[in-house]
Write a protein that binds this ligand. Structure first.
Ligand code: ADP
Ligand code: MG
Length: 183
């Protein structure tokens, strides 16, 4: 199936990650930049989460978050815009699982399930990653992953992966922080 939006706008979820150069600030800044993308509105954002690295272990912890946007960009345009934001931060693709200043992935776009050169939606590894599922479920508790079922069910299967909220006060943890910032 082609990665084509079905309507003039789509609802998309984006994951954000960073483990270099003040990761919290990198993610917060990227959220502002996502909100300012053309034809795009930030509908919700998760809290920040701290995650131990996987694969290549000799690197700092990651800060992760998920954002929900409504966008007039097509799935390809959205991914291209996100890759541009990564590049502007000087993201280098050194090797698999390398430390990164900023990683932005398109997790979901409406109910699309598609695979094309350079773009796969849903993101092919999202259902295996607690650092994606936990912030996603914070802002979309009922979220379904096309072809794979309830995101919450996949989180159960990620037991053992350590992901902790960076802020554990009640006002943040467990309550989605919503933003009306328009782009
Ligand atoms: P990862 O995010 O899995 O650690 P990268 O950020 O290096 O890896 O991404 C590698 C490539 O994956 C990107 O150049 C991009 O073209 C491709 N890609 C395919 N589908 C997606 C998606 N849904 N979100 C982000 N990147 C994707
Ligand atoms: Mg990526």
């Amino acid at each position: 199936m082609e990665c084509l939006a079905k309507g003039p706008t789509g609802l998309a979820f984006i994951s954000l990650g960073s483990n270099l150069d003040d990761p919290e600030a990198q993610v917060e800044q990227a959220l502002l930049e996502i909100a300012a993308l053309p034809a795009t509105r930030l509908l919700a954002r998760s809290s920040l989460y701290r995650t131990a690295p996987v694969g290549y272990l000799d690197q700092p912890d990651f800060i992760n978050a998920v954002a929900q946007v409504e966008t007039g960009l097509t799935p390809h345009e959205l991914l291209d815009a996100l890759l541009q934001l990564e590049l502007r931060r000087g993201r280098l693709r050194a090797f698999r699982n390398a430390p990164r200043i900023l990683d932005l992935d398109v997790l979901l776009y409406d109910d699309l399930a598609c695979h094309e050169h350079g773009l796969t939606v849903p993101h092919p590894r999202m259902h295996e990653r607690a650092f994606v599922l936990l912030p996603l479920l914070e802002i979309a508790p009922q979220c379904m992953i096309p072809g794979l079922g309830a995101a919450a069910q996949h989180l159960v299967e990620c037991a053992g992966q350590v992901v902790t909220p960076t802020c554990t006060t009640e006002s943040h943890w467990g309550q989605p922080r919503r933003s009306n910032a328009a782009g």
